[in-house]
Every structure is written in C-alpha cells, then in structure tokens.
Design a protein around this ligand. Structure first.
Ligand SMILES: [Ca+2]
Length: 331
C-alpha cells in the first residue's frame, strides 16, 4: 500500500522519467528528468540546488511559478496571482531559505520573495529588482536596473546585473548591457568585444584544484568562457583570462565545482536544441568538441540554466511557447 501511495504521489506532480543511462557521462552515472504539465511556462529557466533537491522557476507561467523537486517528487511551492516574471532568478540561503526574484512585478519595480510569497525587498519605480541574488557574510544583495540593493544600502552600478558572486571577498556583478563586463566596488572590468554579454553568468570555485578559487565568466554573445585567477592587476577580461570557445550562446549558464566547469549553450545546434559542455581546466582543448549532454528537440534550449550541489548537477531545458519545459538531474 505504501508503495502504491508513493507511486501516486510521484505521478500526481509530474512524472520523473529515467533517461537512457547511455546519455549520461562521467562523473555522473544516472540521469532523471521531469517535464512540466503545461507548455509555454519556461519550466527550468531558473534553478537553485541546495543539496536536498532543487527549486525550479517557470517565469512564463501566468505570473510566474516556483516548484520544488525533492526525493523524486515535484510540488508547486509558489504560484502567485499578483507578481510578474517570478522564477528567472533563484537563490537558496541557509538562513532565509528560498529567495526568488520577480523583476517585472509592480509594473517593473520588482520584488524579492521568500517561499511564503512575502516580499522581503521591493523596488521603486523602474528598479526591476530581482534579476540576480547574492547572499554574503555581510548580508543580502539583489540586483535591479543600474543598482544593487542590500539590507540597508543601495549602490549605483553601470547596468543591470544578471549574475552576482562573491570572489576575493568582493561582490562581483556581471552586467549584461550592450558591452557587458564585470563590476566591483573597486571599479569595472570591461570586455573588449562588443556584444559579448560578458558577465551574463558567473561562478566561483577552485576549478583547477590548486587550492585557490577562480572566477569563471560566461560571455555568451561571444560564445566564450573566461577563467580569471585574480581581479587585481588586470585591465580587460580578454587580456589575462584563460578562455574556452564554443557556439550556441556558449556561456549563457555556468555551474562550477572542483575540477569541473559546466557550460550551458541553449541555442547550440541547427535546431537550437541546446547543449551542456564540460570543461576540465588544464586538460580540455580551448575549442569545445562534442557536448557533454545535448538537447533532442528543436527549440528545447537545453542548458538555459544550471545549478550544482555536492552530488548532483541540475540542468534546465525550458523550451519555447509550444513545448513543455524539462529539468534534468545528473547524479
Ligand atoms: Ca584554483
């Protein structure tokens, strides 16, 4: 009876499918996927793994939606009736739990919500608050149009941040204006490639396993990923960085861990089915070869979002307005 109830619970949300294990490659051995019930919700556009499971954003579902997948079961945790665009930016805080940005809410003022749906930060007119979220030891930062808003502070920045990380004890914002580039309190690090969208994704980890963290920067407009060992004493992103190149908006999403960088290229392939690539710093050619994991359907946008925990890699494949978004877990 318990087995039957468990099965009904699993089927009641959305059915997890065990994907052909031939599709998953080292270092993982298993792959499971979940497909949304409805098309056009962009299920999987935002992901935030926390070790026990993952939070999944569906920003195109009416006012946006957040689901939780844990122990194989998907459940909807937040389905507001008054937000807008909820689920593009997600983060998980050990203290605060789920943090979800809804940058289109309140006619573009934007909100940052917790799992109970209550706004903990609200933007002013035109702020677009909630495009990126970062919690550091000093507190919480949320990005909006041309500013970062913190617990008791507001900092003007030269553009909207799509990514925020803490690197060398400094908050680094990835800006996605026409030029892109990185912003820190000590100044900006420009990109020399127009339209590179450098900073559209960022991650921090000891990717070459030498005992020190690196900053990894996605530049999907230029189809490049840069690895930066230190921000001090470099003048331009391209000058000093170790660079990997691909195609299909390579670098739109990133996930990093010791010895590995996972790169999403959601427009990869002629049918824009998308793909995820694996970089192993020091042992990978700088030009990418075959994908580590590729989308199967036209317009699938595999690799639009990535999130990694100690044992799992979560991959978002939100699809287009006619298709059902999917989320994959490699473990
Ligand atoms: Ca390192």
């Amino acid at each position: 009876m318990i087995a039957l109830i468990t099965q009904l619970l699993i089927l009641g949300g959305c059915t997890p499918n065990v994907v052909d294990s031939g599709q998953v490659h080292a270092p993982y051995t298993q792959l499971i996927s979940w497909e949304d019930d409805r098309p056009g919700t962009a299920f999987g556009s935002g992901l935030a793994a926390d070790g026990a499971g993952v939070w999944v954003g569906s920003p195109e579902d009416a006012y946006g939606r957040i689901d939780r997948i844990e122990s194989g079961i998907r459940r909807t945790v937040l389905e507001p009736t008054s937000e807008n665009g909820l689920g593009f930016a997600l983060a998980w805080s050990p203290q605060l739990g789920l943090l979800a940005g809804a940058p289109l809410s309140q006619e573009g003022a934007g909100h940052l919500l917790r799992e109970d749906g209550e706004p903990i930060f609200s933007g002013g007119a035109g702020d677009g608050l909630g495009s990126a979220i970062l919690e550091t030891q000093e507190g919480l930062w949320v990005a909006g149009n041309d500013k970062l808003i913190g617990d008791e502070m507001e900092i003007v920045v030269p553009g909207r941040a799509r990514a925020l990380v803490d690197f060398e004890s400094t908050t680094v914002a990835g800006l996605v204006q026409s030029l892109g580039g990185l912003w820190t309190e000590d100044g900006t690090l420009p990109t020399s490639v127009a339209g590179s969208l450098a900073g559209a994704s960022l991650c921090v980890a000891d990717v070459d396993e030498d005992g020190r963290d690196e900053l990894v920067v996605g530049a999907p407009g230029a189809n490049q990923v840069h690895i930066i060992s230190t921000l001090s004493a470099i003048d331009s992103l391209e000058d000093e960085a170790e660079t990997y190149s691909g195609s299909g908006h390579f670098g739109w999403a990133l996930a990093c861990g010791p010895g590995n960088i996972w790169v999403g290229a959601p427009l990869y392939g002629q049918a824009q089915s998308g793909a995820v690539f694996r970089i192993r710093p020091g042992s990978t050619a700088s030009q990418m070869g075959d994908p580590w994991f590729a989308g199967e359907h036209p317009g699938e946008q595999m690799g639009f979002a990535l999130s990694q925990s100690a044992k799992e890699l979560w991959i978002g494949s939100p699809g287009n307005e006619d298709s059902h978004g999917r989320v994959f877990c490699a473990y």
